[in-house]
Every structure is written in C-alpha cells, then in structure tokens.
Ligand binder design. Structure first.
Ligand SMILES: [Zn+2]
Length: 167
C-alpha cells in the first residue's frame, strides 16, 4: 500500500471512522476543518486554505455531490500529507493546470491516492464486494451510490486493486 493510502486509513482509524460508507464531511468536522460550498471559478473543484496551521476547505457548489466528496477528501489529503503551515492549494478540473500553478504533479497524485483510499479503503471494499458480481452494472451503480463516489471512480479503484481484471 502506498504511504498516502496508509495515512488515509490511519486517519479514519484515529477518528473511529474506519467503516463504509465513509462520511468525509463528518471526518472534516471532527478534524475541526470547516468545509464551505462556494461558487468558484467553473474549472476549480476545490481549495484548501491553511493559515497558521488552521485549515479551511472550499468546494465548488456547482459540481456533482460525488465530485464534491472526492474533492473534500483530496483537500484533506493535502492537509495531512503536505502539512502546509500557511498556503493555498487550488485544484482545477483539468490536470494540466495542476502543474502550472498549483504545486507539483506528485502532490496531486498523492492527494488523489489519499482521497481514493479514504473513500474506498481497500480492506473494507474487499469485504463488502466479496460476493458482488462486478460485471453486474446495476450492482456497480448501487455500490457507487452507497459509497457516494462516481461509478468511474469506483471502477478505477476496483481495477487498480485488482478486483476487476478487465471491465
Ligand atoms: Zn490537489
């Protein structure tokens, strides 16, 4: 497991939230990190603002709830992994923007790995889908809705974990 994923799991365990479905807003609340839905630039998914160690997350109010949930997890990832004392992370929808103005690609990859593991922990996913036919589109839809992630995010995650070899 990647270090970013391990930190996501440890965070869930620390706050006694290591169970599905993961409520990322409840987690942020327990961590004392306010999450605000805001009208942001169209291509901005979310922002993490850290001021003297105190974090605030802004999420684009116009994006899909699944995306908002993932973005919130992603911003928590920046906070946990990259430990900014003060600073602003701006996350845009298109990846090309990440490198130009918003830190390194590596940081974005790490934050995404953190977010995927936070919302879809490998062990819990394995337990939950043990009896699921992953080629059953309806089942994939039901699971993704239950988890609050997009079907695409779920399938990518399951594939990377080796639960689906060919979708
Ligand atoms: Zn980011």
């Amino acid at each position: 497991m990647k270090p970013a994923e391990q930190k996501a799991i440890r965070l869930l365990q620390k706050y006694n939230m290591y169970q599905l479905p993961v409520n990322v807003y409840e987690l942020a609340h327990i961590m004392n990190i306010p999450v605000h839905l805001r009208v942001l630039e169209e291509d901005v998914s979310g922002v993490l603002v850290v001021n003297n160690g105190k974090a605030t997350i802004g999420i684009n109010a116009n994006q899909h709830p699944n995306r908002q949930r993932f973005t919130t997890a992603h911003e928590l990832g920046h906070f946990i992994l990259h430990r900014p004392i003060s600073g602003v992370f701006v996350d845009r929808t298109f990846r090309r923007d990440y490198t130009s103005s918003n830190g390194t690609t590596l940081e974005e990859i790490q934050a995404n790995a953190f977010a995927a593991a936070l919302l879809m922990p490998e062990e819990l996913l394995r337990n939950e889908i043990g009896s699921l036919d992953l080629y059953d589109a309806e089942a994939v839809t039901n699971i993704s809705e239950w988890l609050g992630v997009s079907e695409q995010a779920l399938v990518i995650r399951l594939t990377r974990l080796g639960f689906i070899s060919d979708y």
